[in-house]
Design a protein around this ligand. Structure first.
Ligand code: FES
Length: 572
């Protein structure tokens, strides 16, 4: 690479950046321009600041189905500000079209994003993502690439309707599926529901991982104010895209890189908003990974302390009752930030070039609505998430306390253990399974290494024989994740995971387990001596490392949940 074609004494910009190295920089530029002029570009266009736009449209990703409209609008915004927009593709990941899991592919997308930003000449980049893993992957990659960047989410899907009931993906998917498993609704009915859950392209219509990451991205100042919540197919979303393109040109001129905006304080704002919106447990892993790229270590103890002083203010599914469309009409993230008041760091920069506090003030006063509550009248008195520790999770575990059936917040029960997802599938609905509503369901080997890729299998289904008796929630424990759209007494991210030798692998059916959210405790009631005996009998944990390719890289390099499941060699 060479920047020798830049004017003397100045760093190369625009089309002159990062020339391919043939040993003659002027010739490299000459060749580059010759090729792109084949696409009809003029010298005037090629002299403008270049704004890269990451196009993650894919026929396999309906959450990004509005990509053509967003690209057109971002390009319009870039050109209105005098820049040259150039879009380029990267990997796109959809939750339901990613085998073995979308999490397995997140780091690959982050590497693709980082290297293609770095490889191609651009003065700033617009990151268009939306579905759960795409936004974190883009933030991770752009943070490492060190080019000015601004995030634009695709926006949420519209809700649908079923027999007069408003429905949306994918909290209602799970509720209806639970009724079907319990025999409450028939096969024709569940087939009909299937066609009505998703009203349009866009990301899940509840406060799942995609919506959570959209809100956190805005709250941390890396996306335009008010940009997180507009649904995918609205005029607001297109206008936000245009404004994002315009602002990308300003970012390029100022040279503002992500490490200027994403600081310790802005991550704290992100954590604070995560707690206040009742956001997804997955966001903890993603924020930790993004912060890790910038050399910032997020502390889960700190998150837990913040949780005791940050009530849930947003009444959205899965822990509440409304949808993202309603959240947008109620004022979206600026309204949440305003209600959080002094709990938010105001003196942190944003992509607009102004401080977050200025943007909050600019958003104006509130108005009557019951979706974003004031601190004085919260939906839930504490933050949505609680950080657990105990002999079962020395490195910690997470529970979404706001979405737990209250009777299960303090619970002691007898373990019913499944060794892996295949074992779970084979036995969970067995009529002879020795399980009651008081049992604690334990699933091993679904951690970052074990599955591999930490699938969202932590939301274990209620055994059919209990579901048919009306049981809707049980304590469930695993080293995996669950969808941000799910709810229940589900203990997740048990660290270290069973596949690398965590204590979870020692649990046996019949053991007593205590969950105490008030004490932040997850405890296996088995003596240390007995655990040591089991450990010795089992021998050291050994993981089969795949022979080649990305799977080998993943299993060899992935970190545990408390480090964001990033690859060791990608951390800052
Ligand atoms: Fe894409 Fe839910 S599946 S956001």
């Amino acid at each position: 690479m060479s920047d020798a074609a830049a004017p003397a004494g100045k760093p190369a910009t625009g089309i002159r950046k990062g020339l391919t190295n043939y040993g003659d920089a002027e010739f490299s530029l000459f060749l580059r321009k010759a090729f792109i002029k084949g696409a009809g570009y003029s010298d005037d266009a090629l002299d403008r600041p270049v704004i890269g736009i990451i196009n993650t449209g894919s026929g396999f990703n309906p959450c990004h189905g509005n990509m053509p409209a967003l690209l057109e609008a971002v390009k319009r915004g870039v050109m209105l500000a005098g820049g040259l927009p150039v879009d380029f593709p990267t990997i796109s990941i959809h939750e339901s079209f990613s085998q073995p899991t979308s999490m397995f592919l997140r780091n690959l997308m982050s590497m693709d994003t980082e290297e293609m930003i770095r490889a191609q000449p651009m003065d700033a980049v617009v990151l268009i993502g939306g579905c759960d893993k795409t936004v974190p992957a883009q933030l991770m990659g752009a943070a490492s690439a060190g080019v000015p960047a601004i995030s634009l989410v695709t926006g949420s899907m519209l809700t649908g309707g079923y027999r007069g009931e408003r429905v949306g993906a994918c909290t209602d998917c799970r509720a209806f599926w639970g009724k079907f498993r319990g025999g409450e609704i028939s096969k024709p009915e569940i087939d009909d529901v299937n066609s009505r859950l998703v009203g349009s392209v866009g990301t899940c219509s509840v406060m799942g991982t995609a919506s959570t990451m959209a809100c956190l991205t805005e709250a941390m100042g890396i996306a335009m104010p008010g940009s997180a919540s507009a649904p995918a197919v609205t005029a607001d979303r297109v206008r936000i895209a245009e404004a994002t393109g315009t602002q990308a040109v300003a970012l390029a001129a100022a040279g503002t890189k992500m490490d200027t905006i994403l600081t310790q304080e802005s991550f704290e704002n992100g954590l604070r908003v995560l707690l206040a919106i009742g956001g997804s447990t997955n966001a903890i892993i993603h924020l930790t990974a993004v912060a890790g790229r910038l050399g910032i270590r997020l502390s889960l103890e700190q998150l837990d302390r913040m949780s005791t002083e940050t009530p849930v203010l947003v009444d959205l599914k899965p822990s509440g009752k409304y949808y993202m469309e309603d959240f947008h009409r109620a004022g979206g993230v600026p309204a949440v930030l305003r209600e959080l008041g002094s709990l938010i760091h105001r003196d942190v920069p944003t992509v607009t070039g102004r401080m977050l506090g200025e943007e909050i003030d600019d958003a104006g006063p509130g108005f009557p609505q019951d979706i974003i509550r004031p601190l004085s009248n919260p939906v839930y008195p504490e933050g949505s998430l609680a950080f657990l520790r105990g002999n079962l999770a020395p490195g910690g575990a997470i529970i979404k306390q706001a979405a737990v059936s209250p009777a299960l917040l303090e619970h002691t029960g007898s373990a019913v253990v499944f060794e892996n997802t295949a074992d779970l599938a084979a036995r969970i609905d067995d009529a002879d399974l020795d399980v009651t509503a008081e049992s604690v369901l334990v699933l091993k080997n679904i951690g970052p290494v074990g599955a591999p890729g930490m699938p969202e299998a932590g939301y274990l289904p209620i055994p059919k024989k209990l579901a048919s008796q009306g049981v809707r929630d049980m304590v469930r424990i695993s080293d995996g994740r669950m969808s941000g759209t799910a709810a229940g007494a589900v203990v997740l991210h048990v660290t270290p995971e069973s596949a690398v030798g965590g204590p979870l692998r020692l649990v046996q059916t019949g053991d007593t387990i205590t969950l105490s959210v008030s004490q932040r405790l997850i405890q296996l009631e088995v003596s240390d001596a007995e655990l040591a005996r089991r450990e010795e009998a089992m021998g050291p944990a050994s993981q089969v490392v795949p022979e080649r390719g990305y799977r080998k890289l993943f299993v060899t390099e992935v970190t545990q949940a408390d480090e964001g499941c990033d690859f060791r060699f990608l951390q800052g």
